[in-house]
Design a protein around this ligand. Structure first.
Ligand code: ZN
Length: 108
């Protein structure tokens, strides 16, 4: 079962190769992500949509730093799927390698 379609990840990175390349390295690693969880589905903002919330921890490249919290939200409304990412890393961008790496993990 694939929870996130690869096409959606490509759409998400919107032509930025770097998070995709770096993220796929993270996704291949057996140790970087730990403590995967899926929160109960809940209705999204639009009343006929459903949002699924995935959450994980990710080791920072500086091991002495606190692990990062990475979240992916998938909202489905009819045939429309929207994905969003959140990460606590310093990059503070919504297309960082941690988010994309986690999406790739969910894609497998
Ligand atoms: Zn990040």
């Amino acid at each position: 079962m694939s929870t996130i379609d690869f096409e959606k990840i490509l759409e998400y990175v919107a032509g930025f190769k770097r998070p995709l390349v770096k993220g796929s390295l993270l996704a291949k690693s057996k140790t970087h992500f730990f403590g995967y969880g899926r929160l109960p589905d809940k209705p999204g903002n639009a009343n006929d949509s459903i949002t699924t919330h995935f959450i994980t921890s990710c080791l920072s490249h500086k091991l002495k730093d606190k692990p990062l919290t990475v979240e992916v939200l998938k909202t489905v409304r009819n045939d429309d799927v929207e994905i969003k990412g959140l990460c606590t890393c310093k990059a503070n961008i919504n297309r960082c390698k941690h988010i994309v790496g986690f999406m790739l993990k969910l894609e497998r």
